[in-house]
Write a protein that binds this ligand. Structure first.
Ligand code: HMG
Length: 386
């Protein structure tokens, strides 16, 4: 059978963050509740002129620069922070990146899960058409109410992936295990800017969905737990990944080895939840930050989206993968950010799009080359400032 999977992947994170010690001070609580209790350090904050489109274009640009755009005939944009109920955000990205006009474009939504079906669909497609490539982008801004218990788990990032036949990074195994249940653990009606969430219940459902998806994965002939070298989890906050890893080891009747999951949490601790991008950020974090050469090793991947849908599947890292990583760029994106204080954070959090069609020129703040320059007559105007 033809091998398909991730040929290249990179992420983008905005250049500003708030440290969780500032939020702890504001909440009047011990900062260790955030650093240890939920396992997070920083929340990435998009500027006024940044959104899911600009982050997506920034994440995908290095892939196009290095591997070209030939043969990309499909863009799948996974998000739950859609900017339009009708038009796919991927169409703006398609123009900003100069992708071929003979290309299909569609947006997918299922909370934090939607990049996973995007990849499964893309793998099936390139197996049928091995001369084509699919650009899958996951881009989200995780925002909760101010002063809520979800507030420290905010964040923002985009991950872009080229899906192809004979991939150079990670071959995706066709076996997977799925689980769907109709629950209200986290949801966002169209008229709301922030989600409604039953936080503790959501964490319990996540763990239950992990076991259900794992059982289905086993029933479908998946790898044994002992054959998997590293595990990447959807990370609403890194402590959730630790709990998940412990829970899965127990279900598999194995001693837990946290070193198999911790490399995946390094970037997420610094960025926060990035919803659809989160599990793929954990995958990049694992590839970038594992001392051991993972070539030939299997990675267990657990994707969860509230509401809820979960999938457990596996990928095999391709020998020589290190030549196709963007590790230096990723580390620089995280290390070269600016910290904002609580007042600065509030200003960014409170900025809303004009709902009446009036013109809004956005301050030139983004550090990347793509910006949302203005919104006028209900239209968003993106520019490439290179
Ligand atoms: P909370 O009220 O802060 O919870 O909400 P807590 O008071 O239980 O504290 C959390 C942990 O900190 C506890 O540890 C405390 O003991 C510990 P645990 O019992 O979990 O082991 N703690 C301390 N540790 C060290 N030093 C201290 C200290 N004080 C307390 N001084 C909650 C936490 C996650 C519920 C909240 O942040 C929330 O609602 N977040 C949003 C929802 C969420 O992330 N759910 C996760 C599963 S659902 C999911 O992943 C999907 C999602 O990504 C959305 C999508 O699919 O689109 C969210």
């Amino acid at each position: 059978m033809i091998k398909t999977g991730i040929d290249a992947m990179s992420f983008y994170v905005p250049h500003r963050y708030i440290g969780l010690e500032s939020l702890a001070e504001r909440h009047g609580i011990d900062p260790e509740k955030f650093s240890k209790g939920i396992g997070q350090e920083k929340i990435a904050l998009p500027g006024h002129d940044e959104d899911i489109v600009t982050m997506a274009a920034e994440a995908a640009k290095p892939l196009i620069d290095k591997y070209g755009a030939d043969g990309i005939d499909t863009v799948l944009f996974a998000t739950e922070t859609g900017i339009d109920q009708s038009k796919s955000a991927g169409i703006y990205v398609h123009r900003l990146l100069g992708l071929p006009a003979n290309c299909r474009n569609v947006e997918l939504k299922q909370a934090c899960y939607s990049a996973t079906p995007a990849i499964q669909l893309a793998c099936g497609y390139v197996a049928r058409k091995p001369d084509r490539r699919v650009l899958v982008i996951a881009s989200d801004v995780a925002r909760y109410e101010l002063d809520s218990s979800g507030e420290p788990t905010q964040g923002a990032a985009a991950v872009a992936m080229l899906i192809s036949a004979d991939p150079r990074l990670v071959e995706i195994d066709p076996v997977s295990g799925c689980f769907t249940e109709d629950i209200m653990d986290f949801w966002r009606p169209n008229y709301r800017r922030t989600p409604l969430v039953d936080g503790k219940y959501s964490a319990l459902r996540y763990l239950n969905a992990l076991i259900e998806a794992w059982r289905d994965y086993q029933a479908n002939g998946g790898l044994d737990y002992s054959e998997i070298a590293r595990f990447c989890y959807h990370l609403p906050f890194s402590r959730m990944g630790e709990k998940a890893h412990r829970h899965l080891a127990k279900a598999a009747k194995t001693q837990v080895n946290m070193d198999q999951a911790l490399p995946g949490m390094i970037y997420n601790r610094q960025i926060g939840n990035s919803y659809a991008a989160s599990m793929y950020l954990a995958l990049i974090s694992t590839l970038d930050n594992s001392d051991m050469d993972l070539g030939g090793k299997a990675m267990g991947l657990f994707s969860y989206g509230s509401g809820a849908v979960a999938e457990f599947f596996a990928g095999r890292v391709v020998p020589g993968y290190r030549d196709h990583l963007f590790t230096e760029r990723h580390r620089a994106l995280i290390d070269e950010r600016e910290q904002v204080d609580y007042e600065g954070y509030l200003k960014l959090w409170q900025a809303v799009d004009p709902g009446d069609g009036s013109e809004r020129i956005l301050p030139d703040e983004a550090r990347g080359r793509y910006r949302l320059a203005s919104i006028n007559e209900h239209q968003r105007h993106y520019i490439d400032s290179a």
